[in-house]
Ligand binder design. Structure first.
Ligand code: GLC
Length: 797
């Protein structure tokens, strides 16, 4: 077995594509976020977590308390030895402290937790069914002792069934009804109140529209639905009264405290193993659940279902594969980053540090980029979803909730612009210009083609007052924490100006493809507008060694004269990404970034951090210095520094910057870093924090998609354009080369790169396509279904 990047708590198993945790006491919960979009659950190495259907906040199926230290809320199993009366859990929580040979293997779409206790080996595999709103826990038990063992098995979970947290538990429990159906062995849970307004807005009129169900094979013999009965008065889930005594009270109906416990029993001869399968989920009707239960009653059904999950992820992630001299980069690109972006950010929209369920307008649009080389349909679906949540004046929700279809309508500066930004990327990837003519309704009234939706967003921003040619900041911009900037109507955002410049330029590429009279007219206008913004920024926003970040009521944010926030990352990286600065300035920016912002554990969002709240700035100043967005690494923005360096022609630095916050490398010191090594954290504490370098807010971070793109498109340098795949690697000189298999417009490109460049020298590439020399560095668009062999040689200029 090839163990990679082992540390005290675990390693990557490169053969099985799993991260293996070898002891339960990881410094923070090291979790998996498993979701199919319609259904999902979180699972930590301790065996804890919660489940949801469609929306993790509005349709939470099981209760969970966000306590990352105790991590003691979940859906649990107890194994009781009927001869001795001793019991334990097959997971560290709630009663598995005596488990030996512990391991927790997180894979794509499943997790397996194993151990041995009292000569019973256990292996618990958890996954969500691809086709039905149900999760499956397969528990394999093996008797390694020399005697016959009679075991009773108990499950325990607490129903939430609706809006989470159901903080007023004594109130919420009144609405839950439970029922054990003896014939089928299914435990049902319904609720008469959802806690959401009904479609006409009446707040108290909506019953919960689903039925929770829980079942086991072999069929349950007994059950319970009352928390007090199960745990006992003053009881804890580590030592529940029901398991101590070995029997459940068979309470059901209304007026209990909605939990579920099922009891079943098995006998294991010496050396014998048996598998018990548990189901839990929420369907619209009992009929639907019955069908699911019937399907799983067949032998081998769980095995078949988990294969389907594994095949789905293998197929999806297999669309883009790389082999480079850096195994950590391969692990991130081939598996973990796209998995994080899709399973957690797109499908689940929830995690451990942040639980959610809503769509952030800018957030999921950016995330959807990760799907482009893998399954662009997912991106297209999301573009349409985003367009449906745009208003006819071009503005959008800041975030919105599926199910209730309401949200926060905020005139935020940048949200709306991510629609044309990602639409451009989609067109570059697919060439699907027909999509631009697709009609999609606005949220408020009327409808428009996708092209008009994008146009509405751009026009809305262009129409806003911008006396000096730099767009106004309206209630913050990408940097949410600058939440108070822009209320005065006189603030300017330099970053937004750069972003707008990029969008106008990009969108013209799309308009050129459409090439009708209107497209030509708009392209001419947008090119002019882009030049105007660029000029204004270079005229008003240059501070001598870098660009300022914003102007606001108190003056300038991000100047060398400022005491706090002298220099901000985004205002520099985006200028480099879109090549907006004249050469001399570019050199100064690169120097300034290196001197002020690139730190041991990644590029700081800005420096120095705020030390006290500043009401003229917003909530960024309320965070402790160095934490979250206040002057630490904000991983999402850190990825833009990788791209900026790659595009600025400084490949060594691009790679060094990446490695400074490469989570796999950071995982080498897990007690310092704390976070999971296999996914990106939202942030890493900056130098003003006493925990400089500590990672946090893992999984639910827009950085996954951006780190993915920064590696595939910019470091490895293979990126989609409207003309074909562009080849522009920015790999370290020490690499001999790399290979990439990538699908593009229905063809498979096998790209072999040989690197003969020297450190510090300029670079050029020589390319052959199917043996023939190519002029330039854009691969021609090949026939669908064909295989294109590409050889690239990088040489010094
Ligand atoms: C959070 C928000 C995102 C924002 C970022 C930076 O991650 O979800 O929309 O861009 O913070 O402020």
């Amino acid at each position: 077995m090839s163990k990679l990047y082992s540390n005290k708590y675990g390693y990557f198993d490169a053969e099985r594509n799993e991260y293996v945790i070898t002891r339960p006491d990881t410094p923070k919960p090291w979790v998996n976020i498993i979701s199919t979009g319609a259904y999902g659950f979180t699972i930590s190495q301790a065996g804890s977590g919660y489940s949801w259907r469609d929306h993790a906040q509005f349709n939470r199926i099981t209760r969970w308390d966000q306590d990352l230290t105790r991590d003691n809320w979940g859906k649990y199993i107890y194994i009781r030895d009927e001869d001795s009366g001793r019991f334990w859990s097959p997971t560290p929580k709630p009663a598995g402290s005596e488990l030996k040979n512990f391991s927790c293997r997180h894979g794509t779409g499943y997790t397996v937790i194993s151990g041995v206790c009292r000569e019973i080996e256990s292996e618990l595999r958890l996954f969500a069914d691809m086709d039905a709103p149900v999760e499956v826990w397969e528990l394999k038990l093996k008797n390694t002792s020399g005697k016959r063992r009679k075991l009773s098995l108990f499950t325990y979970l607490e129903w939430c069934l609706g809006v989470s947290p159901d903080w007023h538990r004594e109130f919420d429990k009144i609405f839950i009804t439970t029922e054990f159906e003896k014939k089928t062995g299914i435990f049902w849970a319904t609720k008469t109140r959802w806690g959401l307004p009904d479609p006409s807005g009446r707040p108290w009129a909506r019953p919960y529209e689903f039925v929770g169900f829980h079942a086991t094979f072999p069929k349950a013999e007994s059950f319970d639905s009352d928390q007090r009965e199960f745990l006992g008065v003053l009881g804890e889930n580590g030592c529940p009264k029901a398991v101590r005594e070995g029997r459940l009270s068979k309470l059901q109906g209304r007026c209990n405290d909605g939990v579920a416990s099922l009891q079943s029993s098995i006998v294991l001869k010496p050396g014998e193993s048996k598998t018990v399968v548990y189901l839990m989920g929420a369907t619209r009707t009992r009929e639907e659940a019955r069908k699911i239960v019937a399907r799983y009653s067949a032998k081998g059904a769980a095995e078949k279902a988990v294969r389907k999950v594994q095949d789905y992820w293998r197929g999806l992630l297999g669309e883009l594969e790389v082999k480079t001299p850096d195994p950590s980069l391969d692990l991130l690109v081939n598996q973990w980053l796209p998995y994080q972006a899709i399973s957690c950010r797109m499908f689940g929209r929830t995690a451990y540090y942040q639980t959610g369920g809503a769509y952030g307008y800018r957030d999921q649009l950016q995330d959807s980029q990760a799907t482009l080389p893998l399954d662009a349909k997912l991106c297209r679906e999301h573009l349409e979803r985003a367009a449906r949540h745009q208003f006819s004046d071009g503005t959008t929700f800041h975030w919105w909730h599926p199910i209730t279809e309401d949200g926060q309508k905020k005139k935020n500066s940048d949200d709306l612009l991510w629609l044309p930004f990602v639409t451009t990327r989609y067109i570059q990837e697919t060439g699907d210009t027909a999509f631009l003519e697709k009609k999609v309704p606005f949220f408020d009234k009327g409808g428009a083609t996708m092209r008009e939706h994008c146009r509405a967003a751009i026009e809305q921003v262009l129409a806003r007052p911008n006396p000096r040619g730099i767009p106004t900041m309206v209630e913050g911009d990408w940097n949410d924490g600058l939440s108070c900037i822009g209320f005065d109507g006189v603030s300017e955002s330099i970053w937004l100006g750069e972003f707008l410049y990029g969008i106008l330029t990009d969108w013209c590429e799309v308009l050129d493809l459409i090439d009708d009279a209107e497209a030509r007219r708009n392209a001419a206008r947008y090119r002019k507008a882009a030049e105007k913004v660029k000029k204004a920024i270079n005229k008003h926003a240059w501070d001598g060694d870098w660009y300022i970040r914003a102007t606001y009521s108190k003056g300038v944010l991000g100047s060398k004269k400022s005491r706090i926030g002298k220099i901000w990352l985004n205002a520099q990286t985006w200028a480099l990404m879109y090549d907006m600065a004249p050469a001399a300035r570019k050199a100064k920016i690169l120097k300034a970034l290196n001197k002020h912002l690139y730190r041991e554990f990644g590029p700081l969002l800005f420096h120095p951090a705020f030390s006290k709240p500043d009401p003229a700035i917003g909530h960024i100043s309320q965070y402790a210095p160095g934490l979250r967005e206040n002057g630490g690494l904000y991983t999402h923005a850190g990825c833009w520094a990788i791209i900026a360096e790659a595009l600025a022609g400084t490949p060594e630095r691009a790679f060094k910057v990446f490695n400074s916050f490469n989570p796999i490398r950071r995982g080498a010191k897990p007690d310092h870093y704390l976070a999971e090594p296999y996914v990106t954290p939202g942030n890493v504490d900056g130098p003003q924090s006493p925990n400089f370098g500590r990672g946090g807010w893992t999984w639910y971070s827009g950085s996954a998609a951006w780190m993915y793109r920064s590696l595939t498109d910019y470091i490895l340098g293979v990126r989609a354009t409207t003309r074909g795949l562009l080849i522009q690697p920015a790999i370290p000189a020490a690499w001999k080369g790399f290979s990439m298999k990538r699908r593009f417009r229905g063809a498979t490109y096998r790209i072999e790169v040989a690197n003969k460049s020297r450190k510090g020298a300029g670079r050029k590439v020589q390319i052959t396509v199917n043996g023939k020399a190519l002029r330039g560095n854009v691969l021609p668009i090949a026939k669908k279904g064909s295989v294109v062999n590409v050889r690239v040689t990088i040489e010094s200029e």
